[in-house]
Structure formats: structure tokens, C-alpha cells
Design a protein around this ligand. Structure first.
Ligand code: FCB
Length: 448
């Protein structure tokens, strides 16, 4: 049993491209994800975000659903090309109107909007004209976009997140090529990391300037428990490096104003071009950190010692439970990261912005989804988060990924993360057992 503190903020989330649909409606411009999905072979089953959960048209119904759940906050993202179809310059008023309607609807329902400015759907025009995040000019375009959005919504949205998971978008988009724009070039990936971070840093004072005294700003980073495959020095070094690559490379510039020297030393010409003053911009003080956590990665050195290898395949098959993402269920990893963020980075306020699991779900003939594994996953992770809280970690809230089943990037609609089931043929929403359970957690402020 775990009772959470008074005022602990319970939420759930979705992001624009994954749920909105209406990909070309009301003046929205093309995003790199629209383009990527239109290229054969990029997305499982040829799925696209053209319709997704049709949230653009059904947001009222979805707010109703949030009310039924008793949600206190809703994490969502704003689609940059809906607001600025060409990425810069002309504003699409109808795009901004949509987010205003969404925010007003949330506020009327007593749900705190937690707005993320960027979850990976860069305007295609900036990709074409500037080379997207490979060009530092895109960081400045992001700042302009931030200004446009926060001028309009800064009077009522009090909680902002600049970017979601810059590490994931840098390395999946430019190294593994699984995400738009699908490049496979590690040097490019490292270069973009700095531009994402610069964009974040430039946005922070703009959000504050367009807000109120109580406006709060942060960024969301993703954390994986990275453990060595064996106690050998090579495997431990591999784990240390990957922790550097995926975590410290982002935490250190933001919270310490410097890139981690041990990682930088290994980069050679992969090292991004850091200009004087950039790190001051990037380390602009934040009100909180958004932390996402899903799984553990067991890593080691390649046989010749030259590379760190992620996620040993055999480990996935042989040990513990896995989700349909093939992600290991490893609840104590959330505790490990929350306590580490507190201990090593002294972050004043932390929100878990995403945590959740994909499992195969079926709707029974009487309209239920008995997703006991998801419920178990959420419960175990919340108990670990509570343990961190009880040891003094300033955890202020928790948001489930996701409110709805949705478009899971290159895996399309094949992976369901929702606490609400979505029938993509009819767009019918059905609260899963995990959602009903979460409703009680929120109501009682307690995990039993
Ligand atoms: C995170 C993303 C989110 C969702 C979950 C499963 O990395 O931020 O959009 O796809 O994974």
C-alpha cells in the first residue's frame, strides 16, 4: 500500500502525431512524419498518422473520458506544422484555434494542461529548406515557433515542456533510421543532439516571458536502466558509455552547463559544433524535469571491444517478463533513475511524464478489456516511484503513457499502450481494466 502526497498530480498523455489525425486539415502543413509514412517500407503494415485516433475531431469526447478517469493533468504535444505550416513565417490561425479549444476544454473540465512543444513532427519545409535538425538554424526556428504558441496560450497553460526525449529523436532519427527523417549516420545524430538542446534552451526564456509569474518550464528526457551484461571491465565501460550517450549527454549540459568529458573524448569528429555561449543558453534554470521510464537495457562490449552493444538478444528471450515492444518489465529501474536524478543532479521537481506498457489486448463480447499485465506493470512501477518519494525524491506527479492506444511510430498501430482501447475502424474508445484501476488510484491518491 502506498499513499501519495496531497497535491500529487495524476495524469495521462498522448502526443500530436500519434493521435490527432487530420494530417492535412485546416491548413496544417506537412511534417517529416507525414513524409516518412508516405515512403513504402518505413512503417509496419504501411500505417500512417493520417487518421490515427481522430483526436483532432474527437477531443471533446476524449476530454469527457479524462473526466471519467478523474485525470488531474493531460500531457499532450502541439504540432508545429499545424501552427506554422512552413515552419516559420505565416501563422495558421486555425491550427492555434484547435489548441486553444483543447486547452479551454481541459480547463473547463478542471484538468491541468501539460503542453509539450515538440514531439518529433518537424515541419517538412524546414527539413527541405534547412536540413532540419542538422542545421542550427532549426533551433532558432523552434524558438520562433515557441514564441507564436506561448503568446497565444501562455495566459492559460501554466506547465510547459520544450522537447520530448531529444536522445530518442536524435538517435532513432539519425543513427538507427527508424524514425523520420530516417537517416543512418551517427555523426549526424550527435550533431543534432546539440541543436535540439540549443532549441530547448532558446525556448525557455520565451515561454517565461509570454507566461505568468507561476508559469513553469521543463524538458522531458527518457531514462532506461542500463546495466552491464557481466562485471567485466569491458562490459561495465560499455554500460557507462551508453549511460553517457543516452542520459548524461542531455542531463549534464542542461543541469551543469557542460557536456560530459568522458563521452566527448570518444566522439572525435562526431563532436557537435558548440559555439561560445551555447551552454549558457542550454543550462537556463528549469522548474522541473519530465522523466520517462519504460525498461532496462542489458549492454556489453562487442567481442573486439570497439563498440558498446545495446540490449542483448538472448537476455530478452530468457529472463523476466517482456511487453510486446520486447521491452523487459523492470520496475526497480524507475526507482534507480528517480533517486539518481535527485542525488546527482539535485533537480528541484520531477514529474514522471511517461510510463506504461504495450500488451496485446482484446475487447470481450461484453465490452471489457482485461489487461491485467498492464495493470500489474503500472502498479509495480508506481510502488517503486513511491519508494523513491519516501526517500526524499521531489516527485510531484505521474502521467501514464498513454490515455489512448495510438500510432506507435515505426510500429504503427500494432502496439497498444493505452489505458483506453481504441477500435481504429469505428474510433470507439473502451476503458481497459487498467484504466478503471487507475481511476481508483487517482480517486484515493493511493496504490493498493
Ligand atoms: C516514448 C515516446 C512516446 C511513445 C512511447 C511508447 O519514447 O515519447 O511517443 O511512443 O515511447
Amino acid at each position: 500500500m502506498a499513499i501519495f502526497p496531497q497535491g500529487f498530480l495524476w495524469g495521462a498523455g498522448t502526443y500530436a502525431y500519434q493521435v490527432e489525425g487530420a494530417a492535412f486539415e485546416d491548413g496544417k502543413g506537412e511534417s517529416i512524419w507525414d513524409r516518412f509514412c508516405s515512403q513504402p517500407g518505413t512503417i509496419l503494415n504501411g500505417d500512417t498518422g493520417l487518421v490515427a485516433c481522430d483526436h483532432y475531431h474527437r477531443y471533446r469526447e476524449d476530454i469527457q473520458l479524462m473526466k471519467e478517469l478523474g485525470l488531474q493533468s493531460y500531457v499532450f504535444s502541439i504540432a508545429w506544422p499545424r501552427v506554422l505550416p512552413q515552419g516559420r513565417g505565416e501563422v495558421n490561425a486555425r491550427g492555434l484555434d484547435f489548441y486553444e479549444r483543447l486547452v479551454d476544454g481541459l480547463l473547463e473540465a478542471g484538468i491541468e494542461p501539460f503542453a509539450t512543444l515538440y514531439n518529433w513532427d518537424l515541419p517538412q519545409a524546414l527539413e527541405d529548406q534547412l536540413g532540419g535538425w542538422l542545421n542550427r538554424a532549426t533551433a532558432y526556428a523552434f524558438a520562433e515557433y515557441t514564441d507564436v504558441v506561448t503568446r497565444r496560450l501562455g495566459d492559460r497553460v501554466r506547465r510547459w515542456l520544450t522537447l520530448n526525449e531529444p536522445a530518442v529523436t536524435a538517435f532513432d532519427s539519425y543513427e538507427s533510421g527508424e524514425h523520420a527523417p530516417g537517416h543512418r549516420n551517427p555523426r549526424e545524430a550527435w550533431h543534432t543532439t546539440h541543436h535540439y538542446l540549443l532549441g530547448h534552451g532558446l525556448a525557455v526564456p520565451i515561454i517565461r516571458a509570454n507566461g505568468h509569474a507561476d508559469t513553469q518550464v521543463g524538458i522531458t528526457l527518457n531514462f532506461t536502466a542500463i546495466h552491464p551484461n557481466s562485471p567485466s571491465p569491458e562490459d561495465r565501460e560499455a554500460a557507462h558509455f551508453l549511460d553517457g550517450k543516452y542520459h548524461r549527454w542531455f542531463l549534464d549540459p542542461i543541469f551543469r552547463g557542460e557536456y560530459p568529458a568522458d563521452v566527448a573524448a570518444r566522439l572525435g569528429d562526431y563532436m557537435p559544433d558548440v559555439q561560445p555561449g551555447d551552454l549558457d543558453i542550454i543550462s537556463s534554470p528549469l522548474d522541473y524535469l519530465g522523466a520517462n521510464y519504460y525498461t532496462r537495457s542489458v549492454v556489453g562490449a562487442s567481442p573486439d571491444g570497439s563498440r558498446a552493444i545495446d540490449n542483448f538478444a538472448y537476455f530478452k528471450q530468457e529472463q523476466s517478463a517482456h511487453t510486446t515492444m520486447n521491452w523487459e518489465v523492470y520496475p526497480s529501474g524507475i526507482y534507480e533513475h528517480l533517486t539518481r536524478l535527485h542525488r546527482e543532479y539535485h533537480i528541484p521537481n520531477i514529474y514522471v511524464i511517461e510510463n506504461g506498457a504495450a500488451f496485446e489486448d482484446t475487447v470481450t463480447s461484453d465490452g471489457h478489456v482485461h489487461d491485467s499485465r498492464r495493470q500489474h506493470y503500472l502498479r509495480e512501477h508506481l510502488l517503486q516511484a513511491h519508494q523513491a518519494l519516501s526517500e526524499g525524491v521531489p516527485l510531484r506527479g505521474y502521467s501514464v503513457w498513454a490515455l489512448l492506444d495510438n500510432f506507435e511510430w515505426s510500429l504503427g498501430y500494432s502496439r497498444r499502450f493505452g489505458i483506453t482501447h481504441v477500435n481504429y475502424e469505428t474510433q470507439q474508445r473502451t476503458l481497459k481494466d487498467s484504466g478503471l484501476w487507475y481511476r481508483d488510484v487517482i480517486k484515493n491518491n493511493e496504490v493498493k
